[in-house]
Design a protein around this ligand. Structure first.
Ligand SMILES: [Zn+2]
Length: 200
């Protein structure tokens, strides 16, 4: 897994899309949809959708065993747990016990097994590659994130009504926005208008 290659294009159901880099694959995964008011953002409708998401970089876990309905349900439960845990940490609140339990149970499964190719310079995942293993790898990454030095860098976008959550992996650690092209520019525009309104 190459940590530097995180980020996905998110689509707004009302139209438009933007690139969002949550800074960790597990956090990118937390933005593939959700429950309740986030159900309109769902992208994992079918088992095959989960397989396609996992197959993309940086994970690149191309399933050699078809994703099952049970794995899709487990993926959505893990996604919600990662989302809940990230928001709790960003708000400096205790993590919900249910989320911790779901993440730990997913991590207890065997993870993806790295395999060096015969040329000795490229690596993939040893078959059979199952969704349960990929979910374990994501859950383990989340555990490392929550218990590691970047834990304090988990933040919600600074925009008032934007719930996107990310880990700031930048050296200065001053990231505020989900994406500059989305909330960052909106904020700059508002600040500019406010300045113009108060200028004599
Ligand atoms: Zn935002």
């Amino acid at each position: 897994m190459r940590a530097k290659a995180t980020g996905r294009v998110l689509h707004d159901p009302k139209g438009g899309s933007f690139r969002f880099d949550a800074g960790a694959v597990c956090l990118d995964f937390a933005h593939t949809g959700g429950e309740g008011r986030y159900a309109v953002f769902e992208t994992l409708h079918e088992e095959v959708d989960l397989g396609e998401w996992l197959a993309q970089p940086p994970l690149g876990a191309v399933m050699t065993v078809p994703v099952t309905a049970r794995e899709l349900a487990a993926a959505k439960a893990l996604r919600q747990a990662i989302w809940d845990a990230a928001h709790a940490r960003a708000a400096q609140s205790p993590l919900p016990a249910e989320a911790v339990g779901i993440i730990n149970r997913a991590a207890a499964e065997a993870p993806l097994i790295p395999e060096l190719a015969a040329d000795g310079t490229t690596a993939g995942w040893a078959p059979p590659v199952r969704a349960t293993q990929a979910l374990s790898t994501l859950a383990r990454e989340m555990i490392e994130l929550l218990s590691g030095p970047l834990s304090e860098r988990i933040r919600e976008c600074a925009s008032d009504n934007c719930p996107l959550v990310f880990v700031d992996t930048s050296r200065p650690g001053a990231r505020r926005w989900c994406a500059m092209e989305r909330c960052g520019n909106r904020h700059k525009l508002r600040a500019l208008r406010a300045r113009q309104a108060t200028d004599p």
